[in-house]
Design a protein around this ligand. Structure first.
Ligand SMILES: Cc1cc2nc3c(=O)[nH]c(=O)nc-3n(C[C@H](O)[C@H](O)[C@H](O)COP(=O)(O)OP(=O)(O)OC[C@H]3O[C@@H](n4cnc5c(N)ncnc54)[C@H](O)[C@@H]3O)c2cc1C
Length: 433
């Protein structure tokens, strides 16, 4: 009998499985597909690999001009095999992590037969508590590829229509435009709904520069066989990508045997990831929550594991950052609604950015009435790194004066963060433009 059965070996499941096993809890992890789940096999990893490739293609040309060098780069078919190599390495690394921690791995689909009993490939597994980490699946249409399939394409289509203006749609559109496709991005609302106007403006400008045709406020009526019918006309592409959202994947027998509440966004949980049934926890994309990312899934895995071992921990979604891997990247953390003022510092006034030709974008800080940081936003090429400093600031409610008087390395892009805070107290000196 296992103390804990984890269903799913994705970002959420493999972290929960290995953390619990390392703490001496008898744990089993069941995975029906590939270890590493969406992030490793059809999400973050292949998509960031291609993002890097497409980024380098344009960045080398840009930096060559900026630094006065002749640079000539082009992509070849090895890009796709390299991507596949890295995906497969990270997938097996995820499985080894769980096994080396001492958890038992079962390969196959877990079906819950009764309370405390599941079946995998005809084998019965008994357990006391359950962690549901079964993730989500893309919504599919006939003759249309999903976002997961798009980042695993093995060629660059001549033309592509991407439906969906969220982060996945924007990233896929820009990647393939830079790799050579002629791309149209269609969305029902505006792209990147929920992000600041500033961020949206930068991203739209950049998509435009890359030749992506952005069609906002197009109501999609039908997607089928490489064709998208909207209220404003028909769009065709060699490939049509659906990036319009995902639905939670529930293990068979879950709701029949446990008192778990589910809505269309996923399983309802408390702040410690426990469901309405105290024997069941749910973590990752299968949960009804505001932040469906791999890093939030891994954090929820730690919170659930800690709770199972008796510690008290809660997830604070307002302290979990989000990043769009567009170029420029956009990173946000916290909520601008809690800010009474927002201060900005542009990269074009930061020495390091000028040296390296990274002058596009800015850091924005949202402060409350006590000058405590409640919101952070970075627009620029290194947002994925810089946003982590702002995450610490938001989590610990850093005071802008503390940030302004913390010494940051010179020259570095992070100086945009200290300079944004310094500007409030008239202490910034880098503003030389
Ligand atoms: C194109 C794309 C790009 C993305 N980029 C990023 C990014 O840059 N950064 C980021 O943080 N997030 C990114 N994400 C989101 C991220 O991939 C997900 O948030 C994350 O993978 C969720 O992890 P999870 O463990 O909850 O679910 P999953 O990774 O989906 O894992 C669930 C696992 O459970 C298994 N499973 C399901 N049911 C059963 C069952 N009954 N029995 C056994 N096994 C089962 C599935 O096979 C799967 O492997 C991206 C997603 C996509 C699609």
């Amino acid at each position: 009998m296992y103390e804990v059965l984890v269903i799913g070996g994705g970002s959420a499941g493999y972290v929960a499985g290995s953390v619990l096993a390392r703490k001496g809890i008898k744990t089993a992890v069941v995975e029906k597909g590939k270890f590493g789940g969406t992030c490793v096999n059809s999400g973050c990893v292949p998509s960031i690999f291609l993002f890097d490739s497409s980024f380098m293609l344009s960045r080398w040309k840009e930096i060559g001009d900026y630094k006065g060098m002749n640079v000539d780069v082009e992509m070849n078919d090895c890009t796709f095999s390299k991507r596949d190599e890295i995906v497969s390495y990270l997938s097996s690394a995820g499985k080894s992590l769980v096994e080396n921690a001492g958890a038992q791995v079962y390969l196959g689909e877990a079906r819950i037969k009764s309370r405390g009993m599941a079946e995998v490939n005809g084998k019965t597994i008994e357990f006391k508590r359950l962690i549901v980490a079964s993730g989500s699946s893309p919504i599919s249409y006939p003759g249309v590829i999903t976002e997961d399939e798009a980042v695993n394409l093995r060629y660059v289509p001549r033309d592509m229509v991407v439906v969906g203006g969220g982060y996945a749609g924007v990233e896929i559109a820009q990647i393939f435009a830079r790799l050579g496709s002629s791309v149209t991005l269609v969305t029902r609302h505006r792209i990147l709904n929920g992000f600041s106007e500033r961020a949206r403006d930068y991203v739209i400008q950049s998509l435009d520069f890359d030749g992506v045709e952005v069609k906002e406020f197009h109501e999609v009526r039908k997607m089928e066989n490489n064709e998208v019918v909207t209220d404003k006309g028909i769009l065709k592409g060699e490939v049509v990508v659906s990036a319009i959202g995902r639905k939670p994947t529930l293990p068979e027998g879950l709701t029949m045997n446990y008192n778990v509440r589910v809505n269309d966004k996923g399983i309802v949980v408390k702040k410690n990831m426990m469901t309405d049934d105290h024997d069941v926890f749910a973590i990752g994309d299968v949960v009804d929550k505001p932040n469906k990312t791999a890093h939030s899934a891994m954090y929820e895995a730690i919170v659930a594991s800690q709770t199972i071992t008796g510690a008290q921990m809660e997830v604070r979604y307002e302290c979990i950052p989000k990043v769009i891997y567009s170029d420029p990247q956009v990173g946000i953390v916290g909520s601008p609604d809690n800010a009474v003022k927002v201060v900005e510092f542009p990269f074009n006034a930061v020495t390091r950015a000028t040296i390296s030709g990274l002058r596009e974008g800015m850091v924005r800080l949202g402060l409350d009435e006590k000058n405590e940081v409640v919101y952070g936003e970075v627009i620029g090429k290194n947002a994925e790194e810089l946003i982590n400093t702002l995450t610490l600031a938001v989590k610990y409610r850093a005071n802008a004066f503390d940030l302004a008087t913390t010494v940051f390395v010179h020259p570095s892009l992070s100086e945009a963060i200290s300079n944004a805070s310094k500007s409030i107290f008239d202490l910034d000196v880098d503003r030389f433009k």
